[in-house]
Design a protein around this ligand. Structure first.
Ligand SMILES: Nc1ncnc2c1ncn2[C@@H]1O[C@H](COP(=O)(O)OP(=O)(O)OP(=O)(O)O)[C@@H](O)[C@H]1O
Length: 299
């Protein structure tokens, strides 16, 4: 179990995390989803005791990470796959990790096997690894201490489709045996296939959270019309919440049949009318991504 409680992180005048609270529960995979720069890595670094919080706190298994006795035995971390010593071989990285965590060195072979690194690859220096191989090594390292909790920052980066499917199976199995998994990604499709719960973060704030089923079933109606401005004004006049979507059209908090009737009353022709269903989350996410992209261009 990971608990993040009213966490704020400021870098000078910039607020990277703004009053962020969420839980990642045991026996579940929790997806931490947000566009580039949303604050995912910062939150995970605070959870792992690598970055101090400006306010609020994060606990793992009921206590701050730094106060866990032999944390590697409880929490497996993969925060930067390129952080391994480039001059060591994969096998050396894992053997050293085993010695430092007090794990039987024979576990190294089992883990190399589990993550699909061959004997030959394990004997190569990490500087010659592809990103996918580094991720596999990073996952093996995270699993060394047979932890109850995994915190993985973008673990699918650099993995090929077969590797992504393999990792999904591994994380699902870990959670099914009672483990807690928190994994981040900037790709909705990747998260929705593996996560039981999803937390969406944008600009340092949680913008949505819930079970994957809840978030994907979504609510509301996606509508495109001949005159979205007039339709939005007509709906707003009825006190119905309307949000323009990044992909064009409106996301309306009402049932499709109602939206159709109101559009008719307002004399606006409809081009598309459908239940928000899983597109609701996708469009909210695209909105977040589009907003960040605009800011980057403006900066
Ligand atoms: N040490 C730091 N000093 C100043 N700003 C920082 C620092 N670390 C992160 N930031 C800023 O905080 C914001 C959040 O960064 P973070 O790395 O947590 O985002 P992210 O969601 O993990 O993004 P990505 O998907 O690109 O990895 C960014 O605007 C980033 O530039």
């Amino acid at each position: 179990m990971i608990t993040v409680d009213h966490l704020t992180k400021r870098y000078g005048s910039f607020t990277a995390l703004d009053d962020v609270s969420f839980e990642a529960r045991a026996g579940r995979v929790t997806g931490f989803l947000g566009p580039n720069g949303a604050g995912k890595t910062t939150a995970m670094r605070v959870v792992a005791g690598l970055t101090p919080a400006s306010a609020g706190r994060a606990t793992v298994l009921g206590r701050p990470y730094a106060t866990l006795p032999n944390p590697g035995r409880h929490v497996g971390l993969l925060l930067d796959a390129s952080a391994q010593h480039a001059g060591r071989t994969g096998r050396e990285v894992l053997t050293l990790g085993a010695i430092l965590t007090g794990v039987d060195r024979r576990r190294v072979d089992d883990l190399l096997d589990l993550v699909g690194l061959t004997e030959k690859e394990a004997g190569r220096r990490v500087r010659n690894y592809s990103l996918g191989m580094r991720q596999r090594l990073g996952i093996a390292h995270a699993l060394l201490g047979d932890p109850e909790v995994l915190v993985l920052d973008e673990p699918a980066n650099g993995l090929d489709p077969a590797g992504i499917r393999w990792m999904r199976g591994l994380l699902r199995g870990f959670a099914e045996r009672g483990g807690t998994v928190l994994l981040s990604s900037h790709l909705l499709g990747e998260i929705e296939r593996v996560a039981d719960d999803i937390i969406v973060i944008g600009h340092g704030r949680i913008v949505a959270s819930g079970t994957t089923g809840e978030l994907l079933s979504g609510s509301g109606t996606v509508v495109r019309s001949g005159d979205d401005t007039a339709l939005a004004a007509a709906l707003t006049a009825r006190s119905v919440a309307v949000t323009p979507t990044a992909t064009g059209g409106l996301l309306v908090e009402a049932e499709p049949a109602e939206v159709g009737r109101w559009a008719l009353a307002a004399g606006v022709a409809l081009l598309e009318l459908r239940s928000g269903d899983e597109r609701g989350l996708e469009e909210m996410f695209l909105d977040l991504t589009a907003a960040s992209a605009r800011e980057e261009v403006a900066a």
